[in-house]
Design a protein around this ligand. Sequence first.
Ligand code: FCB
Length: 509
Amino acid sequence: MNRRQFVKGSSAAAGLALFGSDAQIIAAAQIPGSVPSSAVQQARFPEGFLWGTATAAYQVEGAWNEDGKGESIWDRFTHTPGKVRGGTTGDVACDQYHLYAQDIALAKRLNQKSYRFSISWPRIQASGTGAPNMKGVDHYSRVIDAMLENGLRPFCTIYHWDLPQALEDRGGWPNRDLAGYYADYAGILAKYLGDRLTVWAPFNMPWSVADRGYGVGAFPPCRANFDDFLKATHTLALAQAQALRSIKAASSKATVGSAYGMCPAYPKTDSEADRAAAARYHAMNNVFFLEAAMKGRYPKAFVGEPPLELMGFKPGDEKIMHAPLDWVGFHYYTRRVVSDATGSHAGGGGFSGTEIESDPATGRDPYTRFQAVMPTEGSITESGLEVWPRGIYDLVTQISREYDHPIIEITESGCGYLDAPYDRENGRVPDTRRIEFFRGELAELARAIRDGARVRSFHAWSLIDNFEWANGHTERYGLIYVDYRDQKRTIKDSGYWYGKVSASNRLDV
Ligand code: FCB
């Protein structure tokens, strides 16, 4: 079942939240999972808290073939008819490659303190290896300077999914050689940008890189092969650690963390089997790469031992993948309810069972043996995700407990709603549902901080509406509306609200 089918199937639960008038928002307080307004009023964030937003190169930059940039797997994918909803591409996207100064000025206007952006690997190395393309390096150098001039902390994601196509042609992430190529690329960035850039996250959602790209084939390179998935995970774990070392070798100021995608997992019943299944989900989808970096081993994600041979694991790899992070970054969007699938019939032979977007009809993977579903008890965004504010509290406190209270950065969170400029209100964008989403969630984050979690930042996804991968322009996550016909930016009501939150460290603004 895809995200949209969820929206359709849960219209009763979502009913009140699907339309945005004030009366309906008040009624939304009755929706399961919503946070009482007293908690919103009382929430406070520590002084110096880093309020931020996040974007990714392919989703905002455009300029897909300018200044020596090579083709990425996302260029190839979006140029293939039938792949993207609505037939759009990221060729132009938000044109941020040319309009970055304007977007950074907007972030400053919203009192932002941190900006998480990603660098496009094929801009730096067109085919993924060899000498850097200095036009690409100089571009990001200017972008970083503009951030610093505007009081924003630059936070760099080294890889947000746009692999050079030439490296996919050499086998993609299942090919272990990519770990070394990737570490070279990261070292180039640290050498040229590391005098000003100090906050680095190697991969955005590495688990999804392996799963969506090689396991279920929803994203490029669209392979659906469980062995490729396993091999890709191991290359990514090696690459993450090798990159950490090459960054630190090139820049003494560097700190390295992560930008993992995580969903808190709740067992479907209190049975031991379901609780064990939820633990496997957490190990597989949330902390697989965190455990690899922090402890040099894979967590208990599998029934039985990890299939190390199939993963391409060689003796000594435990040392290579061990590279303790300086801080831990992760995204929170929604939650999962997990049950044991050990007794279920494994059909098909394809890969599924580990994620909601996969198709149960094609069979379960033989290793993790759980079924994870996104509940529809809370309201559902227009992008089809359940709103469950408490999830961020549970996730943050769980990671704090399990990893000895690390410094945490929330690298992404947000919601897709399609609100557009409203001519009867002088072109304002009254996206009250987004404000409601952030209010509830941030109240829960403030509670986690109050209870001792060392969270130092929150990055809303996203500063501006952008190209939402295979869903193209059919989803809008921005605090700022983008009209793709003329690239006009309009700050949404949520953007003004978030700007006030960032200036005051409170939510009742
Ligand atoms: C996250 C991705 C980000 C964006 C948001 C909506 O999983 O990291 O690029 O697509 O979802």
